[in-house]
Design a protein around this ligand. Structure first.
Ligand code: SF4
Ligand code: SF4
Length: 414
């Protein structure tokens, strides 16, 4: 995909397929992720936003409320709140109540450490709120190797509290890696045990994910295993449309099969910067800031970047591929952060057209946007067996095709 300069703004077609209309963008995002803070009590190896430290310039409580007012005016029916760990913001619960009172549903991601019995009861009693507990291994060994010591137990405790409080269909959010793909059935069993829904998302080489990409991203044969499992488990498992590159294997997976960046998807970060996608936190994809004169609405409707992304994109060599209609060349962010051209194939192209990456023949991104003070691209301890003893990590999460109620939508990013 190439962003063409100075092209006229294309007209959105009236009627026809939903995906064709979405390609030209909408008046408001369907999937808005809001990273409330980069502060986190953990330090997951693959955190997409490199979270850890609070940014001293993060939006104040009043600025957050003004932004929620704007979401209400724009009829944004729900937001995905993440971080960092959003619950470490002292005003998190106040902001959650404020959003719900102003007709903006909230789905928030958490590592579960702070979801005690009292909080679980409050969440179960509040309409228009959904919760995603992050879990990256169906066993403590696999989970804690990535998320930190004690994080599996914390997630399980949070789930037990939610079940006891009567919270139904909360989400268990799993970032798929080569270590947990063999555990897909076990994840499903855990979700069924707690009355939760399983949500699988793709690991992207964004944030600290870039540092561990080579060690964690699924092996080619596991991509096929994951695809077959998703086909077999169908609508029971949510994916946020994040595996559409796997549709190139044959039958399309449920979803839009579209990169929604800047069209139906965007991210607001803790200091109010607006990016095209939660996995594209980089100046290249920054559209503006909500503190500017036009606010969020102004950025969404007039930023040059977003207007350009809503123009038809060129697919480069991928347009010759028989799977292009469903795969569309894959994920823009995954390409960018592995040093690939945006109009080239996805780094996990199932047709093998990016295998040169595995041979180390393409440059990775070296952009440092870590919020922990660590140096990107430095060696990262990664092992199954003894778990990390450092500070345990982040709710690293990120749908317009939804299940009935908009705040339960599963398009967190694609
Ligand atoms: S995650 Fe990738 S495919 Fe999805 S919106 Fe972002 S850039 Fe596009
Ligand atoms: S060549 Fe491009 S369109 Fe075809 S499967 Fe690979 S990434 Fe997808």
């Amino acid at each position: 995909m190439t962003l063409a300069p100075e092209r006229p703004v294309a007209e959105r077609p009236q009627g026809g397929r939903l995906v064709d209309q979405f390609e030209f963008g909408l008046d408001a995002p369907i999937c808005l992720t809001w990273e409330l803070t980069y502060a986190c009590n953990l330090a997951c190896l693959h955190c997409l936003s490199s979270s850890g430290r609070r940014d001293p310039d993060e939006l104040s409580t009043e600025e957050c409320k003004a932004l929620i007012d704007e979401f209400e005016r724009m009829q944004i029916f729900y937001v995905n709140i993440g971080g960092g760990e959003p619950t470490v913001r002292p005003d998190f619960w106040e902001l959650l109540d404020y959003a719900v009172d102003h007709h903006v549903g909230v789905k928030f991601s958490t590592n579960g450490f702070r979801i005690n019995e009292e909080r679980a009861a409050k969440l179960a009693a509040t309409d228009y709120v959904d919760v995603q507990i992050s879990l990256d291994g169906a066993t403590a060994e696999v989970n804690d190797a990535v998320r930190g010591a004690g994080t599996y137990d914390a997630a399980m405790r949070a789930m037990a509290n939610m079940r006891a409080a009567g919270m139904k269909d909360f989400k268990i959010s799993v970032v798929c890696t080569r270590h947990n793909i063999p555990q897909l059935d076990e994840f499903k069993a855990i979700a069924d045990t707690y009355g939760a829904q399983l949500r699988l998302t793709r690991l992207r080489p964004s944030g600290r994910g870039a540092d561990v990409w080579d060690d964690l991203h699924p092996l080619p044969e596991q991509q096929r295993e994951l695809y077959d499992w998703l086909i077999a488990n169908g609508d029971d498992v949510l994916t946020g449309d994040s595996f559409f590159h796997l549709s190139a294997y044959g039958e399309a997976l449920p979803g839009l099969n579209l990169c929604g960046a800047g069209r139906v998807v965007c991210l607001v970060d803790p200091v109010g910067d607006v990016y095209a996608c939660p996995f594209a936190i980089h100046d290249r994809f920054k559209a503006g800031n909500v503190r500017g004169e036009g606010g969020f609405d102004g950025v969404w409707t007039t930023s040059e970047l977003f207007l350009d992304l809503r123009n038809p994109q060129t697919g480069g060599a991928c347009t010759k591929c028989s799977a292009f209609d469903s795969c569309r060349g894959g994920c823009m962010a995954a390409k960018f952060f592995t040093g690939l051209p945006l109009d080239g194939p996805d780094p996990e192209c199932v047709k093998g057209n990016a295998e040169f990456l595995e041979r180390g023949e393409a440059p990775g991104s070296s952009q440092d946007h870590s919020h922990t003070g660590t140096v990107r691209n430095a060696p990262v301890p990664l092992a199954l067996g003894p778990t990390r003893t450092s500070r345990p990590a982040s709710a690293c999460d990120e749908s317009p095709l939804v299940t009935g109620r908009p705040w339960e939508s599963d398009r967190d990013t694609v």
